[in-house]
Ligand binder design. Structure first.
Ligand SMILES: O=C(O)CCC(=O)C(=O)O
Length: 260
């Protein structure tokens, strides 16, 4: 038996102008849509400070572009770029979403520019993460990020469909009847997105670089939390290992090394 159903009236609700954004987070809309844009989370001056920190980190080598990812730039938690985690506005937002304590699943920058213009296919992030599925990405813009320069688009509500059973590019005929939301973010704006949401990004067609943090937050007690973002302690059950360190055989390894 096969089915794919969704409430069209809910998508119509999401598509009303301004419904998925505000200067304060609406937890109700976030739960319904799986996505919400907090306008001006960080003052523009502080976003400019982190953009400079990002450029400096790339130049002196403490931030590095990942070879096997189109847009990711990674850095360690003890570098200035990671201090954004403890900006009061960000810490308060994380605490609002996870009232019993927020933890960090991952932090990175995702960027596009004249050397890196490719679109990112529609996918959900949950299959790429460890631990449980209660997790949000906070995409905090450091430059203007929108449709013209490779910004993110999301399909609100698709987190209600849960984990899709594999990782990969989702068929266009599944997404075509859905409402597609492509917010225009200014420096300091933050797009919150549940990790099961279907999303992708457009081709970079501009001279303006698209630079944003992707900070994945979750309950502090998730076994994969790297650090606590508040006072609450990490779980005593902790696991963060590479695929090969967990599995002696797996789909990922088979795909990479053994033909079926
Ligand atoms: O950087 C982008 O455009 C998309 C990043 C993303 O969705 C991912 O890496 O899962």
């Amino acid at each position: 038996m096969k089915f794919f159903e969704f409430p069209r009236e809910e998508l119509a609700f999401f598509s009303q102008p301004g419904q998925l954004e505000g200067s304060q987070l609406s937890l109700e809309i976030l739960a319904r849509a799986g996505v919400f844009v907090v306008r001006g989370l960080l003052p523009a001056q502080r976003a400019a400070y982190y953009l400079q920190a990002y450029e400096a980190a790339l130049t002196e080598g403490s931030a590095k572009a990942r070879q096997n990812h189109l847009t990711e730039v990674s850095f360690e938690l003890d570098t200035p770029l990671a201090k954004v985690l403890f900006e009061p506005e960000f810490a308060a937002l994380a605490a609002q979403i996870f009232e019993r304590g927020a933890g960090l699943h991952n932090i990175r920058v995702v960027r596009k520019d004249e050397n890196n213009r490719e679109p990112v296919f529609v996918h959900q992030d949950s299959p790429y993460c460890l631990g449980f599925f209660d997790r949000y990405s906070a995409f905090l813009a450091l430059t203007p990020c929108g449709a013209q320069n490779g910004g993110l688009f999301v399909y609100p509500g698709t987190h209600h469909l849960g984990y899709l059973g594999d990782a990969g590019a989702i068929h266009g005929d599944l997404t075509s009847p859905l409402y597609r939301f492509t917010p225009e973010l200014g420096p300091g704006d933050c797009l919150l997105m549940h990790s099961a949401i279907w999303h992708g990004s457009t081709r970079h067609e501009s001279s303006v670089p698209r630079v944003m943090y992707d900070i994945q937050i979750q309950p502090v007690v998730d076994p994969s939390s790297m650090i606590s973002l508040g006072e609450q302690p990490l779980s005593k059950w902790r696991l963060r290992l590479e695929n090969r360190e967990i599995f002696s055989t797996s789909r990922v390894q088979r795909g990479a090394t053994v033909s079926k």
